[in-house]
Design a protein around this ligand. Structure first.
Ligand SMILES: Nc1ncnc2c1ncn2[C@@H]1O[C@H](COP(=O)(O)OP(=O)(O)OP(=O)(O)O)[C@@H](O)[C@H]1O
Length: 351
């Protein structure tokens, strides 16, 4: 498949990590203090209506390099979909500067459409009553994909996503997982350089989720497709992304590796010890503490950033150990704690 970037024509510097003038890879996606404010009218009483402004995205700045796979997460109403809609050109920012591959999405939406692919887990871009293959044929024409490239891409996507048996089936008869695979293939037929995925594994069973995640890793490895993934399923992030951005009340509150989230969330690991006999809760130095006792088994929580060795030695001094294990912090719990701690701090609405 052809992954070559089209030369920029809009007077903007061509972005995307190609060796440029300075030798430093430029950002493929770049947001600089981007804002999105919605004007909303709310009914108040029988006749009165009150005007509100909802600041969905608030001075948001980040960059994504070509080929990065980034998770974009946050609680409900945080501003994720609004960001994706601005990145595709569906919505126009109220302020700030936004570029994708050097293109201003809201001003050159059609030109950008040839370079991006979008998958919405809750909606389909396929024609509901037509067999899957007919949707692909329509996209072949819509995107003016050269015949050879279309055939090659289709053959490859059908093989990778195991769509062979489904091509003649009307989309409405496909299961959710089959439809999702069909949608992902549709988004990639025209060799987009960036793929936005909004909840791509929502409602899928474990096998289908694994398949979608494996496929995304493969596409990224083979074609350096930049992936921006919005999800509430943190396993999507753990298994697909090397970087995660957390947004809350329209603002970026974390940008880094998953491991770093543990530090921000002050997460804890748990040392599980099987003692030779039932003992009172073992004495351990704070902030470590025994959180559960069940017969000779005890659970000791301690900061994830610290080693368990000292604790093990201390416990063994007091009571002979039969077995032990260390449980890693649960990323879901770290994120939940982070969302909860931030909840209610920043107002999203202003009159
Ligand atoms: N068209 C609109 N008009 C008015 N307000 C809107 C509009 N679209 C989004 N909002 C508001 O903007 C805020 C951000 O919404 P957005 O859909 O971007 O959140 P999200 O992070 O995608 O949430 P979720 O995880 O629930 O999908 C919310 O307060 C939402 O009510």
């Amino acid at each position: 498949m052809d992954t070559t970037a089209e030369p920029g024509t809009g007077g903007e510097p061509e972005a995307g990590g190609e060796p440029g003038t300075g030798g430093k890879p430029e950002a493929f996606i770049a947001l600089d203090r981007v804002e999105k404010v919605f004007d909303v009218r709310r009914r108040k009483g029988l006749l009165r209506r009150e005007r509100h402004q909802v600041r969905a995205v608030d001075s948001l700045s980040f960059t994504v390099a070509r080929g990065e796979m980034v998770g974009y997460i946050g609680p409900n109403g945080a501003g994720k979909s609004t960001t994706i809609k601005m990145l595709t050109g569906i919505l126009t920012p109220s302020g700030g500067r936004l570029r994708v591959a050097g293109i201003d999405p809201s001003r050159e939406r059609t030109r950008l459409a040839h370079r991006i692919g979008v998958v919405f887990g809750q909606r389909t871009t396929l024609w509901w009553d037509l067999p899957l293959i007919d949707s692909y044929k329509l996209m072949h024409r819509m995107y003016r994909i050269p015949d050879g490239r279309y055939r090659e891409n289709l053959g490859r996507l059908v093989e990778l996503l195991d769509l062979g048996e489904l091509l003649e089936v009307p989309v409405r008869q496909l299961s959710l997982g089959q439809r999702m695979r069909g949608d992902i293939a549709a988004a990639l037929l025209h060799d987009p350089e960036v793929l936005y995925l909004d909840e791509p594994t929502i409602g899928l069973d474990v096998v289908s989720k694994t398949r979608v995640r494996e496929f995304l890793r493969q596409v990224n490895a083979e074609r350096s497709t930049t992936v921006l993934l919005t999800t509430h399923d943190l396993q999507d992030i753990e298994q697909v992304c090397s970087r995660v951005m957390v947004i809350d009340h329209g603002r970026l509150v974390y940008d880094g590796g998953l491991a770093g989230l543990h530090e921000v969330g002050e997460s804890e690991r748990t040392l599980v010890v099987d003692l030779e006999r039932e003992c009172p809760p073992v004495e351990v130095p704070a902030p470590a503490r025994v959180v559960r006792v069940d017969g000779p088994r005890q659970w000791v929580a301690f900061p994830a950033s610290e080693s368990a060795a000292g604790l093990v030695a201390r416990i063994a001094e007091r009571c002979p150990l039969v077995d032990l294990s260390v449980r890693e912090p649960d990323i879901e719990a770290v994120i939940a704690k982070m969302y909860a701690e931030r909840a209610g701090r920043t107002p999203t609405q202003s009159s």
